[in-house]
Design a protein around this ligand. Sequence first.
Ligand SMILES: [Zn+2]
Length: 252
Amino acid sequence: MTKRVALTAADRARYEWQMWTPDFGEAGQEKLKGASVLISRCGGLGGPAAYELAAAGVGRLVIAHGGNLTPSDLNRQILMTTDGLGKSRIESACRRLAELNPTIEIVGEAANISADNVERLVGSVDVVVSAAPLFVERFLLNREAVRQGKVMVDAAMYDTTATVTTIIPGQTPCLACLYPEDPPAWRRQFPVFGATSGTAACIAALEAIKAIAGFGKLLAGELLVIDLANLSFRKMKVRRNPACPICGGVKG
Ligand SMILES: [Zn+2]
């Protein structure tokens, strides 16, 4: 899916332990290095996902998130630090990611996904990680990723539950097949521990890594439903809606 970029000696040292993963190896690392990933928001979900993707050596990360840091963000938005209160979230996030891995390219977009930027941002990457709390942003990303044929990992959480699925245009159902419209009860503010959003984030990051490197089994056509209060993980098959206005006309 993505181009391979040769590793340096420093890369081999940094990524040595993950390159021992069977079916990944140096070839997988070269694919990560050649790949670019868009992450929609860098809060409780997108932040840890971005951190893991930076740690793993994805060559280029594009992160979109608007607004400034408030005290109530700090229980889960682990790219942020207390000294960043009142300042731009995206600047804090990019700084932390660059401190972790200065060998990759990190592009910060100081705005949330909107109709104005979604085509450009999705067009600038190979894979999309949808980690926004609002359906309007998730639906915009879904529509654009399907249109441009880009793999999209969608992660969401509420309270101690979370869902993750991986959308492969032309092969799997899309987000609009799963949710024909905004769930009316969905709220902008919700109960959350950082450990819950972080769990979903790590699974989403690994889905992106697997999609890029081409190993393991993706959550393609499946919705992982996690209930961390009771520690249940189950996978539900999801079906494509032949009449879906977003992916119904996209041939596999
Ligand atoms: Zn669809």
